[in-house]
Design a binder for this molecule. Structure first.
Ligand code: ADP
Length: 312
């Protein structure tokens, strides 16, 4: 049986005056996925996220949360880390975290125990009595991350979650995001304009451009489709007989001689031919020195999708 998606958006639209921020967006976020909402600045990601977090409503269209229309009551199962940082400057860190926990209906004792655990895990345990005003952007973001996940939400929404972090702390947050998904089954919806961060984190994505979804699906299959079966192959053997043997099975995009009967070629493999089968065949024809399917970055996937959407 296929699980009900955590989120299902159907033809969601939002207008600001004459400006269409979202022009009818539909996609599903599978349960337990780390789902990236990708697109350049101004694409409409924050507008969409704020609707899912229950802060604003769409002008039209539907948002379903675990199979039912999203209501105010669902907000207690949602954690939200907004892009703009919203801690009160004149409070101490621990005091403020406790305040947010109590807003979530947690008892003092439970909230403090949970918070101390999180502070330790994110290595901020020395900060409990610090003034919020003394925190750097990254430090404040860590505290807000903790506040967003403390009540163990079914859906965690993160708007540009890695933007304020140095590489070490960004890696730490990535680890926590993965752990929440793996250990708690949390569904994570995150937005970013940094496509490369997706490669290490997301299993599904939707690409948004000018308020329109131009592509969505599992990261692996989007990459596979965009790759169009390109393979880099280096071999020792006869290029002409190899090309003849390829026949209609694959296309030779380019070939470069590296001397002593060694060649570097780029091949195009139709998606109908499984790559493993093709590699086995190549190995039976020539002496393979290296063979690697071309890895396409999410940047390339996005650019290709933009080009295709503008051409159609
Ligand atoms: P993203 O998060 O992808 O950068 P946003 O959702 O913030 O994009 O913005 C989408 C578009 O809607 C932008 O052109 C932005 O200027 C516009 N927009 C967003 N919020 C408002 C608002 N409150 N009033 C008017 N225009 C807005």
């Amino acid at each position: 049986m296929i699980d009900t998606p955590s989120l299902k958006l159907s033809d969601v639209r939002k207008q600001y005056g004459n400006h269409t921020a979202l022009g009818g967006v539909s996609f599903e976020v599978p349960q337990g996925s780390i789902f990236g909402l990708l697109g350049p600045n101004g694409a409409g990601k924050t507008t969409l996220i704020r609707m899912v977090a229950g802060i604003t409503g769409p002008d039209s269209g539907e948002i379903d949360f675990f199979g039912n229309a999203l209501t105010r009551d669902d907000v207690k199962h949602i954690g939200y880390l907004p892009e703009e940082r919203g801690l009160y400057k004149n409070m101490r860190v621990g005091e403020q975290a406790m305040y947010f926990a109590r807003l979530r209906g947690m008892s003092n004792e439970f909230a403090e125990k949970e918070l101390r655990g999180w502070f330790e895990r994110l290595e901020v345990d020395g900060w409990w009595d610090k003034e919020v005003a003394d925190l750097s952007k990254g430090m404040a973001q860590k505290i807000q991350f903790i506040v967003a996940v403390l009540h163990n939400p079914k859906l965690l929404i993160l708007d540009e979650p890695l933007s304020g972090f140095d590489p070490i702390n960004a890696a730490r947050i990535r680890t926590e995001i993965n752990r929440l998904r793996d250990e708690n089954g949390t569904t994570i919806l995150l937005s970013t304009h940094d496509m490369s961060s997706v490669d290490e984190l997301c299993d599904h994505v939707a690409l948004i451009n000018h308020g329109t979804k131009i592509l969505d699906g599992p990261v692996a299959s989007l990459r596979e489709n965009a790759r169009k079966g390109k393979i880099d192959l280096k071999f020792r053997g006869n290029l002409i007989s190899f090309t003849a043997a390829l026949g209609a099975g694959a296309i030779l995009h380019s070939a470069e001689s590296k001397g002593e009967n060694i060649h570097e070629v780029v091949l195009g493999l139709p998606t109908s031919i499984p790559i493993e089968q093709f590699i086995k065949w190549v190995a039976s024809e020539v002496d393979v020195l290296s063979c690697s399917p071309r890895i396409i970055s999410m940047d390339d996937v996005f650019l290709q999708a933009v080009k295709n959407s503008e051409a159609s």
